[in-house]
Design a protein around this ligand. Structure first.
Ligand code: C2E
Ligand code: MG
Ligand code: MG
Length: 702
């Protein structure tokens, strides 16, 4: 081809070449040997959104900005064979930047150098979109990998024909394998599946291969360090045109954490977190199971309801940590007593239940109940002190006392109340009439709630008589309930309920104030002191505000502290002797006198009394009742009086009903007495009338 002498054919060719040049989809720019733009094709102009006129004739570096371009042009203008290419950001006439594949090629069209001769060709391929897509793809791949890592989700592909298995990165991590030294195959995968799950997994996979249906299976895997993980696996078959399965793809997700959390939740839903014993829910399941089996085999099932006696007191005085410790210890002891098939459960608070299965006769249950009581008999160490804890047990039997777990539990609960009423540390079998007692108890509880608001309480006073002079030397304030409607109850019945419900704090405080005002009035009437005795309940005694309440009552009424005597029973003092001693010392310090009430009914020995700052001992009426007929009681009362004398305590006999008792008591040196022989407790006005008459109760001195 001779280009120096263009002929018609050459002319045709030139036109052809120009048209081609114009239509080539890549951007092309031709530069002169002075690096001026000779021409730019349509693709280039469109790409950078410029027109031919605005670029032609300009120096290329005034038109195109691209890193490295200047050096490449320099190369190209000297060596025709030079070619540079790179993906670079490009800008034309300061327009928007595009990512381009730029090729700079030198060319020489003729031997002679001519001003307007094409010397350099720039080819530009726009990569902006492609780069963007690539970047987006890379980003989404990274995101997917990240998501899979977070979800602990791996995926795999299995080619059935070649038996080759491909694993994703995360899958290697889940199976605890390194990509470099593990080639996944079907057999290797199966060897990682937990032996107990292997058959199931294989069956599932096989079924999917046969039916072509997707599958899902949860199973365990065993890692090389023998840790066990739970995975959720899902797979899907891919068929060829003839319906043959050629490929399987699927995912494996590590669900160990979820499984563990589920197991923990299931455990918590059925167990008491403190003791680890089954809770009420699980207990009911167990009872239901036991009942089903007992029905088939014609056996008995026993439900034992246990409530620790006076647990609340330990919890309140020693704190919750000590209470918890005690509960855990008791849970252990209970569990040690029963057989393997039996259940010990904690129902909440200090309530436990024991279910005995496969029982032949009720005597067997008594035996276990005995053992349970015995298990409690040795003291528990709590904060350096030893505590004797007892429990009350109620028992119901299947089928006699109920055919369903709810009723059996409820009846055992009722029987437990009966055991408490019988003096605690005891067990009772359920009897139908117990329910009636319990209902009465609940009715009374309700009635008492309103009694305080309706002001149905009154304080009565029972004179205390000096056994030497026959004079009234004091009075005991005794609470009475006079309901405006319905039946009342005796203090022996309603005071424990006031104590249980906490109402005693209000009512007892009120009694204290009433008594102080009354005694202050007597002082004025008589012109001499006539002390009043007020009974304190456990709650009142252990309440931190006691000292304050007492001083406030004295201050309000103007009664000297020495005219107030507080009565406490052994049952209140003994469970925590140290604390009790401190409280008593404080009261004594305030000038108040202290009496040990109902002495002889509790568990303290006389020697123990030395530890407490007491003024008086009140001999319980149970002993006084029989002193003239029962030599034992007579001996006890004699000993008590003598011992009290030795300790410098005054003695008061309660429940004196006849002259013989008075004779006996006086003879043995008892100082004071209360009882129906002199007067029952009477209303304030009646008591005042009595003291104003200056009545003497005893005829003879001696
Ligand atoms: P307590 O402190 O031992 O009171 C003596 C009880 O013996 C009183 O019973 C009294 O009425 C009764 N009694 C008096 N003389 C005789 C007698 O000759 N024979 C017989 N068999 N009994 C006699 P009451 O009033 O029924 O009170 C029972 C218990 O209730 C009291 O026993 C006391 O522990 C408690 N209580 C009464 N009032 C209060 C109170 O205001 N606060 C507290 N915390 N407890 C109280
Ligand atoms: Mg009393
Ligand atoms: Mg008493």
């Amino acid at each position: 081809m001779d280009s120096s002498t263009p002929g018609p054919a050459a002319h045709d060719f030139k036109e052809y070449a120009e048209r081609t040049f114009a239509h080539i989809p890549s951007g092309l720019v031709v530069l002169s040997n002075h690096m001026r733009v000779l021409t730019a094709n349509r693709a280039f102009l469109q790409l950078f959104d410029v027109d031919a006129g605005s670029v032609e004739g300009l120096h290329v570096l005034d038109v195109i900005e691209a890193p490295g371009l200047e050096e490449w042009l320099f190369d190209a203008s000297f060596g025709a064979a030079s070619k540079h290419e790179a993906v670079v950001p490009m800008r034309v006439l300061g327009g928007p930047q595009r990512q381009a594949h730029l090729v700079v090629t030198g060319m020489r069209l003729a031997e002679e150098e001519e001003e307007e001769e094409a010397r350099v060709l720039l080819a530009v391929e726009d990569l902006t979109e492609r780069e963007r897509t690539y970047r987006a793809l890379a980003r989404s791949e990274a995101r997917l990998a990240e998501a899979q890592r977070i979800a602990r989700l791996g995926h795999w592909e299995w080619d059935v024909e070649s038996q080759s298995l491909w694993w994703s990165e995360e899958l290697y991590r889940i199976f605890g394998q390194r990509e470099s030294d593990f080639r996944p195959g079907y057999g290797d995968f199966m060897s990682l599946v937990h032996p107990q799950d292997r058959e199931r997994v294989e069956r599932t996979l096989q079924a999917s291969l046969e039916t072509g249906k997707p599958y899902a299976v949860d199973h365990r895997i065993t890692l090389s360090d023998s840790t066990i993980r739970h995975v959720h696996e899902q797979g899907q078959c891919h068929m060829d045109s003839e319906g043959r399965v050629v490929r399987l793809t699927g995912t494996v997700q590590d669900i160990t954490d979820r499984k563990n959390a589920e197991a923990r939740l299931a455990y918590l839903a059925h167990h008491d977190p403190l003791t680890g014993l089954p809770n009420r829910t699980l207990l009911q399941d167990r009872v239901a199971q036991s009942l089903a089996s007992a029905r088939r085999h014609h056996r008995l099932v026993a439900v034992l309801f246990l409530d620790l006696d006076r647990f609340k007191r330990i919890n309140d005085t020693l704190g919750h940590a000590a209470g918890d410790h005690l509960l855990v210890e008791m849970a252990k002891r209970l569990s040690a007593v029963v057989r393997e098939g039996d259940t010990v459960a904690r129902l909440g608070g200090d309530e436990f239940a024991v279910v005995l299965t496969d029982i032949a006769e009720s005597d067997d249950v008594s035996l276990v109940a005995h053992k349970l009581l015995e298990a409690f008999s040795h003291p528990v160490e709590l904060g350096g002190n030893r505590f004797q804890v007892t429990t009350s047990i109620g028992i119901s039997l299947f089928p006699h006392d109920g055919g369903a777990s709810e009723l059996l539990l409820q009846n055992a609960d009722t029987a437990m109340y009966a055991a408490k009423e019988a003096g605690r540390n005891a067990y009772r079998f359920y009897r139908e009439e117990m329910n009636i007692n319990l209902r009465q108890h609940l009715r009374l509880e309700q009635a008492l709630q309103g009694a305080w608001e309706r002001q149905e309480f009154v304080v009565y006073y029972q004179p205390q008589v000096d056994l030497v002079r026959g004079e009234v030397v004091g009075a005991e304030a005794l609470l009475r309930w006079q309901p405006k409607e319905g039946e009342g109850a005796t203090p022996d019945r309603f005071i424990p309920i006031l104590e249980e419900t906490g109402l005693i704090m209000d009512v007892g405080g009120w009694v204290l104030r009433q008594a102080c005002f009354a005694a202050q009035q007597w002082r004025k009437l008589l012109g001499r002191a006539l002390p009043v005795s007020v009974n304190l309940s456990r709650r009142q005694f252990t309440d931190e505000g006691l000292g304050m309440r007492v001083t406030a009552a004295l201050a309000e009424s103007g009664l000297p502290a020495s005219c107030l005597d507080l009565e406490i029973t052994e049952g209140i003092v003994m469970p925590n002797p140290q604390q009790s001693g401190r409280i008593m010392a404080q009261l004594r310090e305030a000038g108040v006198r202290l009496s040990m009430d109902d002495f002889g009914t509790g568990y303290s020995s006389l020697a123990y009394l030395k530890r407490f700052p007491l003024d008086r001992l009140k001999i319980d009426k149970a002993f006084v009742l029989d002193i003239t007929s029962d030599p034992n009681d007579a001996a006890i009362v004699r000993a008590v009086i003598a011992m009290a004398y030795g300790l410098g305590l005054e003695t008061v006999a309660e429940g004196v009903e006849n002259e013989e008792q008075v004779t006996f008591l006086r003879h043995h040196g008892c100082h004071l007495a209360q009882g129906y022989l002199f007067s029952p407790a009477v209303a304030l006005e009646d008591f005042q009338t009595l003291i104003m008459t200056g009545k003497r109760f005893l005829s003879q001195n001696g």
